[in-house]
Design a binder for this molecule. Structure first.
Ligand code: MG
Length: 445
């Protein structure tokens, strides 16, 4: 079929008509190119819908307006599409990569990942990028003919943005010349994949300022004093709108910062590409360095902002407090399922790689499901508020989900007795029964 974008694409853009293909051969779709089809499969996946209840920085129960993994992924996709269009790269591919890039994130954000990685240290570790690939390659169970989503090489290449050498060799053994190869050969991914990395960075820098101020953990004054880049855009906004104040001033400042970063990436990348004679995406892959970049001053500004956010938001005592509680939940769940695999659904406890199957199961949980499971298994939850969320009264969960959740939690009993001190991290001997045939996510596997 004809790719409708063909005529407008740069020669070094990824082209679905010359895709390296899917692991399982499929007939092309009649009206969609292969990257559109990837994007659609991602949007329809269970892992994608779970992102709505997974933490970005603030735990899901802390407020309705904070970013979640889902809204973050949508913002990354929007930024990536804008930049891809300006650079004549393939928009469908960047959208697919952006929407899938965080599918492997654990509940409770980076705290969850760190805790799960600790649990898995002797068993190959845990890394959310690799987990995103596991989700799309194996863990989604929707299609009759294959596990996972059977995405194209190009989308999978973009999803796997980092990978250690040991893991790359494992991937290479399973799939010679596949998505692990570039971490061994030290070659580059497509421009679309490179673009999504920057879109991710631009998105979280901007929305973490917004969420940080919304939460009260950061103040505009503090940002103005500590981040010269932010102060620069504050003043620029004020020059444009002299009577602006409060939230509108913050939003316009963030908007200006976002736009300037997008323009900077487009201009810098165009300038880098212009003198090169790149005739295909394979020339991009063989080029010795990444070609989608910020200018040097913008890179420095972005790094300074990241350092500020790391010191003042991500490591704020209030964030760290919930971080520690979230880590406890993950570690306790890991021990509990390892000790009693039958507490997991059959598709997980029947596998031979016990630690990895526990990690897969926990990584797929939403924040509140993890908190509920902790309560079910131990009679106690470090994050009481999260566990108290009524799972069947959330807007937008279809009837099937609500019914399944009701069935799942019908056995949940209140804590039988007040616990005088921190309870054991091991499960009670008789936890409420786990309904068989349902995943914790309220869907048949
Ligand atoms: Mg991200």
């Amino acid at each position: 079929m004809t790719d409708f974008y063909d005529s407008g694409l740069a020669p070094y853009a990824s082209d679905p008509l010359h895709s390296h293909g899917r692991i399982i051969l499929e007939q092309p779709a009649p009206t969609r190119n292969d990257f559109q089809r990837d994007r659609d499969r991602i949007v329809h996946s269970s892992a994608f819908r779970r992102l709505v209840y997974k933490t970005q920085v603030f735990l899901n129960h802390e407020g309705d307006l904070f970013r979640t993994r889902l809204t973050h992924s949508l913002e990354v996709a929007q930024l990536a599409r804008s930049m891809a269009r300006a650079l004549a790269l393939h928009e469908d591919l960047v959208e697919a990569i952006a929407l899938a890039h965080d599918l492997g994130h654990t509940p409770f954000g980076h705290a969850g990942q760190d805790a799960l990685n600790q649990c898995m240290l002797d068993h190959g570790g845990f890394e959310h990028n690799l987990q995103s690939l596991r989700v799309v390659d194996f863990l989604e169970e929707r299609y009759a003919l294959f596990d996972g989503l059977n995405l194209t090489f190009e989308t999978r290449e973009g999803i796997l943005k980092h990978c250690g050498l040991a893991q790359a060799r494992e991937l290479q053994a399973r799939e010679p010349g596949g998505v692990g190869a570039r971490f061994i050969d030290r070659t580059q991914p497509s421009l679309e994949a490179q673009l999504c990395n920057l879109a991710d960075e631009i998105a979280y820098n901007a929305h973490d300022i917004d969420d940080g101020v919304r939460s009260g953990l950061l103040s505009i004054e503090q940002l103005r004093e500590s981040v010269p880049w932010f102060e620069h855009y504050c003043r620029k906004t004020l020059a444009l709108y002299p009577s602006i104040q409060g939230r509108r001033w913050l939003f316009e400042t963030i908007r200006l910062m976002l736009s300037e970063q997008v323009y900077d990436v487009i201009e810098t990348t165009r300038a880098a590409l212009a003198p090169l004679e790149l005739h295909s995406v394979n020339d991009v892959r063989a080029y010795p360095q990444a070609l989608v970049n910020f200018s040097v001053p913008m890179q420095e500004a972005s790094s300074a902002l990241k350092q500020f956010l790391s010191a003042n938001l991500y490591r704020h005592p209030r964030v760290l407090q919930t971080t520690e509680q979230a880590k406890e939940i993950i570690k306790d769940l890991f021990l509990a399922y390892l000790h009693t695999p039958s507490e997991m659904p059959e598709s997980f406890h029947g596998r031979h790689d016990r630690e990895r199957s526990v990690a897969d199961y926990i990584a797929g949980m939403t924040d509140r499901f993890a908190a509920k499971e902790h309560q079910r298994l131990s009679g106690w939850s470090p994050l009481q508020n999260a566990a108290d969320l009524p799972l069947d009264h959330q807007p937008g969960l279809g009837l099937g989900r609500a019914r399944a959740d009701k069935a799942l939690w019908s056995g949940l009993q209140p804590n039988p007795a007040p616990l005088p001190s921190r309870p054991s991290s091991h499960p009670r001997t008789n936890p409420p029964p786990h309904p068989r045939g349902e995943t914790p996510f309220g869907e048949p596997t």
